[in-house]
Design a protein around this ligand. Structure first.
Ligand code: NAP
Length: 249
């Protein structure tokens, strides 16, 4: 039986760890070949490739800083020379540099905006040429609950993630006539390196507010991303799907 994403080529940014890693594994299990983009953790991407290859899929590891446009263009060029097409782009790579506004260094503001927002613009722009030519494609952004509800100490991150939602909706409108669907997933509190660094009292406070009474698992997010990347989601575009245990509804 043909798999859901059989033969599809998927670029996943931030695939070395956390949510991006789970997305890469999930898409590969559904039949996709993966371009796993990382910034520093080559060993972790090599380990990911060792898990993907026994599934009969190719996993091409590419180092690129998503905040640098030339590196993002080179990554899409490399994908095209290896596979000749791009079917799926998962804009997932992200960072936090938390701080209260009155003390926030402009460097931390710009870093977070550059990686979380500009990085997603560069990658989206870079795949337009192949996807427009193919007249098909799926683009999924990983935004955040914080882009919708805000958070004290995360003004840079919430501005970037809210920006991603606006950008995603504009792209959905621009690309619809080309057969490309563009959507976002907004995770709540997911157990990854990004959230491990939060103090215990902050985690306890979050837990008390989550109706489903647990933190999310990376697979909870990856499942939704796989669905949005598949033909089953052909009539869905410009949407934000919240995966947050009911923390925001
Ligand atoms: P994570 O565990 O910290 O992993 C971040 C990933 O992004 C790593 O693969 C990292 O690569 C990559 N990365 C960081 N900066 C990069 C850059 N400049 N260029 C290329 N890759 C870069 O984070 P996560 O929790 O999985 O988060 C993934 C996404 O989900 C982010 O967009 C985040 O904002 C969003 N999100 C997370 C949560 C949560 O609770 N965890 C909630 C809402 C939204 P290296 O390993 O090579 O450094």
């Amino acid at each position: 039986m043909k798999q859901e994403l059989e033969g599809k080529i998927a670029i996943v940014t931030g695939a070395s760890r956390g949510i991006g890693r789970a997305i890469a594994l999930n898409l590969a299990a559904a039949g996709a070949n993966i371009v796993a983009v990382y910034q520093q953790n080559k060993t972790m991407v090599d380990e990911l490739a060792q898990e993907i290859e026994p599934l009969g899929r190719v996993c091409l590891a590419v180092k690129a800083d998503v905040a640098v446009e030339d590196e993002v263009n080179a990554l899409v060029d490399q994908t095209m020379s290896q596979f000749g097409r791009v079917d799926i782009l998962i804009n997932n790579a992200g960072i936090t540099k938390d701080g209260l506004i009155m003390r926030m260094k402009s460097e931390d503001w710009h870093n977070v905006l550059n990686v979380n927002l500009s990085g997603m613009f560069y990658a989206t722009k870079a795949v337009t040429k192949p996807m427009f030519k193919q007249r098909s494609g799926k683009i999924v952004f990983v935004t955040s609950i914080i882009g919708t509800i805000g958070n004290a100490g995360q003004s840079n991150y919430s501005a970037a993630k809210a920006g991603v939602i606006g950008f995603m909706k504009s792209a959905a409108k621009e690309f619809a006539s080309r057969g490309i669907q563009v959507n976002a997933v907004a995770p709540g509190f997911i157990d990854t390196d990004m959230t491990k660094k939060l103090p215990d009292d902050v985690k306890t406070a979050y837990m008390e507010q989550i109706p489903l009474k647990r933190f999310g698992r990376v697979e909870d997010v990856a499942e939704v991303v796989r669905f949005l990347s598949s033909e089953k989601a052909d009539y869905i575009t410009g949407q934000v799907i919240h995966v947050n245990g009911g923390l925001y509804m």
